[in-house]
Design a protein around this ligand. Structure first.
Ligand SMILES: C[S@@+](CC[C@H](N)C(=O)[O-])C[C@H]1O[C@@H](n2cnc3c(N)ncnc32)[C@H](O)[C@@H]1O
Length: 529
């Protein structure tokens, strides 16, 4: 019997797996299936395929993507212990076996551990494992598969915790994974299990990755397809810190289109494929590649220094993916800028007014007891235009003791949209709130807006204008696209950037009226030359 990660506890849980019979209509299922809900147990109608797919994060990998993923392994194994966590019907393992059988090199035997929670997929998964066995037999490679109808998190967390008498514990040579994607609720059992293993993360996909890292042997290889959000999201900071401390990135592939790879499944997340090795990070190069996400499409590859992908000195540990020359050049350029935001005496915050929380205080038109409320719809070129007639958003918020803390004193603020539409040319769209154009002692910035301020107060005119021109430049946009795959701009994203000197920004601000944005780009180039 081949070793695998099934523990005493996992076996006990396996004694009461979620079976087809249990879940056929309305069933009580564990919180790892519906981790985004607050209660530990929740009713899910499993006869509804769409609900089942959503609840289990079931987006199956197309064969051509699986083959590409399998091709990334260095694969210098004599024997291979392979982990497929969230195996679905086994597409990823099958791709690895196809690759190994076509170029078997020195490989003698393979042992697969495939975890899949959904019992309706277990028969097809077993049948894929039988196909793999046949493929291996044909070329003389030994093959064993252990199919585990279990919650991978419940099985792996105690092993990582290493506080249960671990029998049969395997460390894996390799893992291939397309993990389920879902929020994990803060009070759920899944979150507690993770926490007890020192894994602090709020999404299933990063939880899977963190646990898999712990199950890999030194030198073990991981190939994963995941949403890109972990590369810069503030919520993934501790995941990134832990992952990057234990794994060395070797390759990151990004699909140019959001619908890529999972077109049949309507996935709108931007996806990346990463290849990483369990080893302390070295300063070796990383291959960064991209393709448009259709079968047989050309893959553009670049080799970039590790420091460009994981720039040192940032406690956020953002992962940059410079897919083209412009993005690389922008990093060199912006990296050479002299100032951190705090050195300019500035901060950036997210608008404090969360509109649905203060619904009763919102007004469509200003009145004597209100303050202006600024949404992205008020952005109008360089300056905010307010109020906006025929707008679906309110223009004003009532000033009273319950809203007073949500407002800031009148002043010149530089605003940046938190969300841009995909159609918008730039991801970073900046605009100035100018109190000479909007006369009011207080102002509210809605939560879809980030605002730059000086210790909670406004900026001077020239600095604000220069900062706006800088933020709207092509270089800043290209730089931002390196580390963010989504259209959301977090205040943290703006905090980790370097900025020109105050004198440069003020000069830019004084001249920006008369110059074209191309000229701004040229001037920024000069500042770092
Ligand atoms: C994104 S799908 C990928 C399936 C397959 N690996 C592929 O690439 O086609 C994720 C799979 O994980 C399974 N899953 C979800 N939560 C799980 C858990 N806690 N433990 C084990 N499997 C889980 C889902 O049922 C689903 O089959």
């Amino acid at each position: 019997m081949k070793r695998h990660v099934q523990t005493g506890q996992a076996r006990r849980e396996a004694a009461s797996p979620i079976t087809e019979r249990d879940v056929s209509d309305i069933a009580w299922v564990s919180d790892s299936i519906a981790p985004w809900l607050s209660s530990d147990r929740v009713e899910v109608d499993f006869s509804d395929t769409t609900l089942r797919r959503q609840a289990l994060g079931q987006f199956m990998t197309p064969d051509w993507v699986a083959d590409f993923m399998a091709s990334l392994f260095v694969a210098r194994w004599k024997t291979l212990d392979l982990l497929d966590a969230g195996a679905g019907t086994g597409a990823l393992t099958a791709a690895v076996i196809r690759r190994l059988c076509s170029s078997r090199a020195m490989l003698e035997s393979v042992a697969v551990s495939a975890y899949e929670l959904d019992s309706t997929l277990i028969d097809p998964l077993r049948s894929t494992m039988d196909d793999c066995r046949r493929m291996c037999r044909r070329v003389g490679i030994g093959f064993q598969a252990t199919v585990l109808n279990e919650d991978f998190i419940a099985a792996a967390a105690p092993i990582i915790r290493a506080d249960l008498g671990m029998e049969n514990f395997t460390q894996f040579d390799a893992a291939i994974v397309n993990p389920p994607y879902h929020k994990i609720h803060g009070n759920s059992t899944t979150r507690m299990q993770l926490r007890s293993s020192l894994v602090e993360t709020s999404n299933l996909y990063t939880a899977f990755l963190a646990l898999i890292v712990g199950l890999l042997k030194p030198g073990g290889e991981l190939v994963a397809i995941t949403p890109r959000s972990f590369c810069n999201g503030p919520y993934f900071r501790s995941f990134r810190a832990d992952f990057l401390a234990r794994m060395t990135l070797r390759r990151i592939h990004v699909f140019a289109s959001r619908r890529a790879a999972f077109s049949a499944d309507e996935v709108l997340q931007e996806n990346v494929i990463l290849h990483a090795v369990r080893a302390r990070p070295t300063s070796a190069d990383v291959i960064v590649s991209s393709s448009d996400g259709t079968p047989n499409s050309a893959v553009a590859e670049r080799v970039v220094p590790y420091e460009q992908v994981v720039p040192p000195g940032h406690d956020q540990r953002f992962i940059h993916i410079p897919i083209d020359q412009e993005q690389t050049a922008s990093a060199t350029l912006l990296g050479a800028l002299p100032m951190w935001l705090s050195e300019l005496g500035l901060s950036v915050s997210t608008g404090r007014v969360v509109d649905f929380r203060v619904r009763e205080h919102l007004r469509s038109a200003p009145d004597v007891d209100t303050a202006p409320l600024i949404y992205p719809c008020h952005f109008n070129g360089t300056y905010v235009a307010w109020p906006k007639a025929n707008c679906r958003k309110p223009n004003a918020i009532v000033i009273d003791p319950s809203t007073r803390d949500l407002l800031v004193p009148s002043g010149i603020y530089v605003l940046v949209k938190r969300f841009t539409s995909k159609e918008e040319r730039r991801r970073i769209v900046a605009c100035i709130y100018d109190p000479t154009r909007i006369v009011a002692p207080l102002v509210g910035f809605e939560n879809h807006v980030n605002y730059f301020h000086a210790k909670g107060r406004g900026l001077d005119q020239a600095l604000a204008r220069g900062l706006t021109a800088f933020l709207n430049s092509r270089q800043v946009d290209a730089y931002f696209r390196r580390f963010s795959g989504h259209t959301q701009v977090n205040a943290t994203d703006l905090r980790i950037m370097k900025y020109p000197s105050r004198s440069f920004l003020e000069r830019l601000g004084r001249e920006a009226n008369d110059i074209h944005q191309d000229e701004v780009d040229r001037l920024i180039g000069q500042e770092t030359a």
